[in-house]
Design a protein around this ligand. Structure first.
Ligand SMILES: *Cc1c(COP(=O)(O)O)cnc(C)c1O
Length: 236
């Protein structure tokens, strides 16, 4: 089979596999599978794939570059579909306006200044945006994420904004770390955040290679690209 029908079957098969992995990981952790939301990371893949995934029941999609995500979200909306768009990439403050136009969730807020820019942009569009504060587990600033006590300053700033809702935390396991160790640390930070902000219970952790470890340590959102859509061109 070729074309859209072939791609649909391909995505249906990989989606079933990913859902099965999540279900097994939840079961092993003694958690109900409904606790974990699958965010399909569609970066580098066309809007037509988002449309197919939405047709297969995927409710949440993730993108990491505004210049790609903005037109893709427009194209999907033109098909009458409105999945929840998660922005998961490093975000420059000058892109906050554009991202606030389509993102329902911004998972990569890692500075008070970015939170303020996003709050102003959401306010200008009379929108409320869910925010996850991205944590740097290993303290390496080059890959994004808040370091040290910045996490609490950013969380308080988001919670105080009328146009942003503090949802919880996001992290990427550092490349050379055991993911269990990384996500265990994230869970400790999450427990501390929830003490101060009881509604901020989301933990976005886990990608194609480490979703099981993330679910073991309480992930409420897993961000899955490769296992769902296939290998991306490594140059992008
Ligand atoms: C690309 C990306 C993912 C998905 O990674 P895969 O390994 O392809 O599943 C998840 N989170 C972030 C922040 C990403 O940039």
């Amino acid at each position: 089979m070729t074309g859209a029908a072939g791609r649909r079957d391909e995505l249906a098969a990989s989606l079933a596999e990913v859902r099965e992995r999540i279900a097994r990981a939840c079961s092993a952790a003694g958690r109900p599978a409904e606790e974990v939301t699958l965010v399909a990371v569609t970066k580098t893949y066309p809007a037509s794939d988002v449309v197919l995934l939405a047709g297969l029941g995927v409710t949440d999609v993730g993108e990491n570059r505004d210049q790609e995500a903005a037109p893709k979200a427009r194209a999907v909306r033109a098909e009458g579909l409105t999945p929840r768009w998660h922005f998961i990439g490093q975000l420059q403050r000058n892109k906050a306006k554009s991202v606030a136009g389509y993102a329902d969730v911004v998972e990569s807020v890692d500075s008070v200044r970015l939170a303020a820019a996003l709050a102003a942009a959401a306010e200008a569009r009379s929108r409320e945006i869910d925010v996850l504060v991205q944590v740097s587990i290993d303290g390496d600033p080059s890959r994004g994420g808040a370091i040290g006590d910045d996490l609490w300053r950013i969380s308080d700033a988001v919670a105080a904004s009328s146009s942003l809702r503090l949802g919880g935390l996001m992290a990427v396991a550092p490349l050379d770390w055991d993911p269990d160790r990384a996500f265990e640390q994230l869970a400790v930070l999450s427990a501390r955040l929830v003490k101060a902000h009881p509604d901020a219970t989301a933990i976005s952790a886990g990608m194609s290679g480490d979703l099981e470890a993330a679910v073991r340590h309480g992930a409420t959102h897993v961000r899955i690209g490769t296992s769902l859509l296939g290998m991306r061109n490594p140059l992008r």
